[in-house]
Design a binder for this molecule. Sequence first.
Ligand code: IMP
Ligand code: MG
Length: 179
Amino acid sequence: MDIEKKVWEVLCSKEEIKSRVEEMGKQISKEYQEKNLLVISLLRGSFIFAADLVREITVPCKVDFMTTSSYGHSQETSGEVRVVADVSTDMIGYDVLIVDDIVDSGTTMAFVKDYIQSKGAKSVRTCSLLDKPSRRKVDVNPDYTGFVIEDKFVVGYGLNFGDYYRNIPYVFVVTDQDR
Ligand code: IMP
Ligand code: MG
C-alpha cells in the first residue's frame, strides 16, 4: 500500500502528545523520588517518546537502550522475542522503567519485563505511549500509559510503516480514502 496516496487521520496530535508526555513526566518524577531510576528505551519505536519523556523527568535518572526483534515489515507479531542489542548497564540496584512506543499483543513488554527482572533490577515498571488493550495475548499492562487506542495500525512519533515515517511528529492512522 502506498500510504502517501491515502488520507492520514491524526490520532494524537503534536500538542496532545506534548501535554500528555508532560503529565507522565510529572507523575514519574513524583513516584521516583528517593529511587534509583534507570529508563530503558526499547528501540527503535520508542526513541522519540523516550527522548521527550526523559526531558520531563526532574529526578536523577540514567538512560539505556535495548533492541528486541519485532514486527519487521509485517504487522503481526511472531510471538517470539529475541534480544538484538542488550542493555549495557548492570541492573543491580536500579529502579528500572521500561519505555516502549506501544503495547499490542503484550509479548514484547512481558518478555523485556521478565528479562530485566532476571538481571536483578531492584524494581521494574513499564511505560508505553500507546496501549491497544483489545489486542492483548499476554497478561501485561503498562504502569504508565499515554493513550489507550483502538485496534488500528498507527504510524508516526517513532512508530514505523515499512521502516519509514518514524519522524512524523504526530500519531496517525492510514485510511482507505485516496487523497
Ligand atoms: P507486541 O509485542 O505485540 O505488544 O508489539 C510490540 C511492538 O510491535 C511495538 O513495540 C511496536 O514496535 C510494534 N507495533 C505494534 N502495533 C503497532 C502499530 O500499530 N504500529 C506500529 N508498530 C506497532
Ligand atoms: Mg517496538
